[in-house]
Design a protein around this ligand. Structure first.
Ligand SMILES: Nc1ncnc2c1ncn2[C@@H]1O[C@H](COP(=O)(O)OP(=O)(O)O)[C@@H](O)[C@H]1O
Ligand SMILES: O=P(O)(O)OC[C@H](O)CO
Length: 496
């Protein structure tokens, strides 16, 4: 048994990668699945699409690698976080579509809880804020809106889970109802200081605790797969939310190390060591990973629109056909024009947390065209990351010294990464392996199986592909960032 199977269940697609014992990718498979938008601001996934796509890509990746189940020592799971599911423990049938992390339907409930003054206590215990992003209010909505669900939940008939738990349940044939500490940390129901479900917060949200999964370490025993899935049972030995798995995959094991993943959104995590740091600047505190019962914490900045702004250029404005076309366009943009885009398409995330905001463009002239829009779109990703870094520097002064490790689809854009280094005034490091999320899950499973080396040794193997050094003059950098900050304030003011 020489290989590891990593499953990465993301917001728009499911991926599986087979790694060899040296954590080199050997084969992979990917499948997109439908998104459902039943009302404005609502986003849902069909639970069976999640499970069926995962089972399909997992089998396909093993087959493509020319391997058999007997060659796979362990499975690691990583997943889109916060997305909320509820199912019947007896039949395994979901009671509703999954409510996706992007879904804003519980904004009213969050406002009410904030007005009642609950946010400080919730933040101190969970590290999170009262935003519809997290699972707790989504689960409350499901219990309020599915006939008889709360009573059935009280009787212990139902199970709640984030996507990891749903996959573990299905992989094990309903034998294991568990989650890992990083996914639990995104629910709004988990006390990350004491490492337990928080009974008082559950009571506040009227969530029966009989619904909740057992919380385990990131490298731990999550049971074995049903024998019929792969031809024999395979142990599941690693689980982490995707941004935490990327933190592990980027080997950000020392306090002060930071990674930023540029996919649909952007999520920056700063390792803060074994003590939870409470943010004074509207960042989230979260669990980076829990190994052998020891928790390592992180500060997180979450931006909802990063690569999605490039998708908007392609699908909305239709000024590009492929994401990579943004680079030549940005290079060709008129340097005399100062088009600035605040891509608050679904509100602003960290550090503003203004769900009511919508996007804005500043500095339009009659000469503004596709090239200027492409440049403004790519630059918006850099400006938003600077906002996060400013908040991190204020919370944790060491963050200022750090190099930023980047990954995700948009990290492929050299132009964007150079602008990022320029506007941050800090080096940006892109690793050789950019599939860091799957790598992190694979590493955790390999650790569980005793196949992979210690975190220190794994960190030594992290290999740089390219470093982007800041070259923009300090005065230009600061003037441009100040203009961005004014644009954000104007965007917030316009939302009323
Ligand atoms: N060369 C590129 N330049 C700019 N953006 C890119 C480039 N390649 C991919 N992207 C963006 O990266 C995102 C895909 O990254 P990925 O990590 O696969 O995202 P996710 O896991 O959220 O689906 C898309 O939004 C796409 O627009
Ligand atoms: O699936 P991704 O890569 O868009 O990541 C989603 C995040 O986990 C949401 O918090």
């Amino acid at each position: 048994m020489t290989h590891i199977l990593a499953i990465d269940q993301g917001t728009t697609s499911s991926r599986a990668i087979v790694f060899d014992a040296g954590l080199r990718p050997v084969a992979s498979a990917q499948k997109e699945f439908p998104q459902h938008f039943p009302a404005s601001g609502w986003v849902e996934h069909d639970p069976s699409d999640l499970w069926v796509s995962v089972a399909g890509v997992a089998r396909a990746a093993v087959e493509k690698a020319g391997l058999h189940a007997g060659d796979i020592a362990a499975i690691g799971i990583t997943n889109q976080r916060e997305t909320t599911l509820i199912w019947d423990r007896r039949t395994g049938k979901p009671l509703h579509r999954a409510i996706v992390w992007q879904d804003r339907r519980t904004a009213g409930l969050c406002d009410r809880l904030k007005a009642e003054g609950h946010e400080p206590v919730i933040a101190a215990r969970t590290g999170l804020l009262l935003d519809p992003y997290f699972s707790g209010t989504k689960l409350g909505w499901l219990l309020d809106n599915i006939d008889g669900a709360r009573d059935r939940a009280k009787r212990g008939e139902l199970a709640f889970g984030t996507v990891d738990s749903w996959l573990i349940w299905n992989l094990t044939g309903g034998r294991v109802h568990a989650t890992d500490a990083t996914n639990a940390a995104r629910t709004l129901l988990y006390n990350i200081v004491e490492n337990r479900w928080d009974a008082e917060i559950c009571a506040l949200l009227d969530i029966p605790m009989a619904l909740l999964p057992e919380v385990r370490d990131c490298a731990g025993d999550y049971g074995t797969t049903r024998a019929d899935l792969f031809g024999r049972e395979i142990p599941i030995l690693g689980v982490a939310g995707d941004q935490q798995a990327a933190t592990v995959g980027q080997a950000c094991f020392a306090p002060g190390m930071m990674k930023s993943t540029y996919g649909t959104g952007c999520f920056a995590l700063l390792n803060t060591g074994e003590k939870m740091v409470a943010s004074k600047n509207r960042l989230l505190s979260t669990i980076a990973y829990r190994l052998d019962g020891r928790t390592t914490y992180a500060l997180e900045g979450s931006i909802f629109i990063a690569g999605a702004v490039v998708q908007w250029l392609r699908d909305g404005l239709k000024i590009i056909r492929h994401a990579a076309e943004t680079q030549p366009l940005a290079e060709a943009a008129d340097p005399a024009q100062e088009l600035l885009l605040v891509p608050a398409f679904t509100g602003l995330g960290a550090p503003y947390w203004r769900p009511e905001c919508r996007g804005a463009v500043f500095g339009l002239t009659r000469n503004s065209g596709p090239a200027e829009f492409a440049r403004a779109a790519l630059e918006s990703v850099g400006f938003q990351t600077r906002d996060l870094l400013e908040a991190m520097r204020a919370d944790w002064p060491d963050a200022a010294q750090g190099v930023l490790r980047v990954d995700g689809g948009m990290a492929a854009s050299d132009w964007t990464m150079q602008f990022l280094a320029d506007i941050l005034g800090a080096p940006v490091d892109r690793p050789r392996v950019t599939e860091t999320t799957a790598l992190g899950a694979g590493y955790l499973a390999g650790l569980g199986a005793g196949l992979c080396p210690s975190p220190e040794e794994f960190a030594r193997d992290w290999a740089l592909e390219r470093r982007f050094e800041p070259i923009m003059a300090e005065a230009v950098r600061e003037a441009r960032y100040a203009r961005w900050q004014r644009a954000v304030q104007a965007t917030i003011a316009a939302a009323g």
